[in-house]
Design a binder for this molecule. Structure first.
Ligand code: GLV
Ligand code: MN
Ligand code: MN
Length: 413
């Protein structure tokens, strides 16, 4: 069956790109060689389908399948027709899974194949898009590519960000062979956005269905905690004479976990940097990044404030200091409920919330009617080499996406 062969071939092509031989996980950081390879792969897949890819100055990509009677190849595009854009991202977290992001891109390509196999001709433009640095794994800002194209973040703000090696974002983009002065993708012709994504939880497993739609994204964000103390000798400094920021950090991590558990929310310290990071020295500085998520904006603010209060209390007792910086905050997203209901009605799919951030949330915030299609993840594990989806469910996702795109591109505006 053409669908199955197309999807699986593309999936096989992508499998080795950026994969660690040690963990089997993926390191597809933005503006790395792995990500460049993925960009070239995407362009080639679009070309293969007769679609011309536009790559903007930072590496966002889009290719449009134009409605036949309206546009000759190469002719000016009709701006009056709002198009439907399907897509996701190809970058990964550090040591991430294969599915988070690429499943949405590969499924969008495969869905176009399905629609063509069905003899379907869209009545409005149907695009496939890829946004860069969705995970914020290199520069710490989630969904940076989509934030830039929607104007939620400006280039002036983004260009000054530095990665862990001190490389400025603007330099990383240029080193990747891109030219930021070429400008950013325009979303002017995007009337609706649809992102297919592997589910990052077990809701669909519990419901025993392969496909679902998204209702909302929990508000979430990243906060940098700098705990400063006094470097000192690990042997000769009496325990009561220390100003050890590691203790302040450790208590804060435990407090964050307890606070989130009690309130049914999420709090994670997944990244820590220690200065000078020597075994026989009390550290001078511990920097730790909190990822916090909650069911409402107010609950998230209260969660972070409570963690901060407890960290400050402990810092007072340890003789250390805390500096807290919000690095990336995303408010709650309610996807277009009428759109979700309309699409869910196609096959009776469930409509479920998610605690994960997505480019779809950014486009929705920008006022673009947006829907997400989730594909079942048998273990719910994500942001891990163990992330998985069964091929049969991926193919069900492709068919579902094709149905959604057919529904959205059938009617003229
Ligand atoms: C992105 O996947 C996030 O939710 O952090
Ligand atoms: Mn993702
Ligand atoms: Mn992710």
């Amino acid at each position: 069956m053409p669908t199955s062969r197309g999807f699986e071939e593309m999936w096989r092509d992508l499998a080795p790109v950026g994969r660690s031989a040690v963990s089997g996980g993926y390191f597809r950081q933005p503006w790395s060689s792995a990500e460049g390879e993925l960009r070239a792969w995407f362009a080639a897949e679009c070309e293969r389908r007769g679609l011309t890819v536009e790559t903007d100055g930072i590496g966002n990509q889009v290719a449009w399948w134009e409605p036949d009677p309206l546009v000759e190849e190469g002719a000016p595009r009709p701006s009056r027709d709002p198009g439907v854009l399907a897509g996701s991202h190809l970058d990964s977290v550090l040591d991430g899974g294969a599915y988070d992001g690429p499943l949405g891109v590969v499924s969008a390509l495969a869905a176009i194949d399905v629609l063509r196999d069905r003899g379907f001709a869209p009545s409005r433009p149907l695009g496939i898009g890829v946004f860069v640095e969705e995970e914020g794994s290199r520069f710490g800002r989630a969904c940076l590519g989509s934030r830039l194209v929607t104007g939620a973040t400006t280039w002036e703000q983004a260009r000054e960000l530095r990665d862990r090696d001190g490389v400025f974002l603007a330099d990383a983009v240029v080193d990747a062979g891109l030219d930021p002065s070429a400008g950013l993708l325009s979303l002017d012709r995007v009337g609706t956005f649809v992102e297919l994504h592997v589910e990052q939880g077990r809701d669909l497993v519990d419901r025993d269905v392969a496909v679902g739609l998204a209702s909302e994204i929990w508000p979430h964000g990243r906060w940098r905690f700098d705990f400063a103390g006094q470097a000192n000798h690990a042997g000769t400094t009496r325990m009561e004479d220390r100003h050890d920021p590691m203790l302040t950090y450790a208590m804060t991590a435990l407090a964050a976990n307890k606070q989130a558990r009690l309130a049914g929310q999420r709090a994670t310290f997944g990244r820590v940097a220690v200065e000078p990071n020597g075994t026989n020295a009390v550290p001078s500085l511990v920097t730790a990044w909190l990822d916090a998520r909650a069911s409402s904006d107010g609950a998230l603010a209260e969660l972070v404030a409570s963690i901060e209060r407890q960290a400050e209390d402990r810092a007072g007792r340890d003789g250390t200091t805390l500096t807290l910086t919000a690095e990336s905050v995303s408010g709650s997203v309610a996807f277009d409920a009428d759109l979700a209901a309309r699409l869910a009605g196609l096959h009776g799919w469930p409509v479920i919330p998610t605690q994960a951030g997505h480019d779809a949330g950014i486009l929705s915030d920008a006022g673009i009617p947006t829907a997400m299609v989730f594909v079942r993840n048998p273990t719910g594990v994500s942001h891990s080499p163990d992330e998985h989806a069964e091929t049969a469910d991926c193919l069900a996702g492709v068919e579902a996406l094709a149905d959604v795109l057919a529904e959205l591109t059938s009617a003229p505006s």
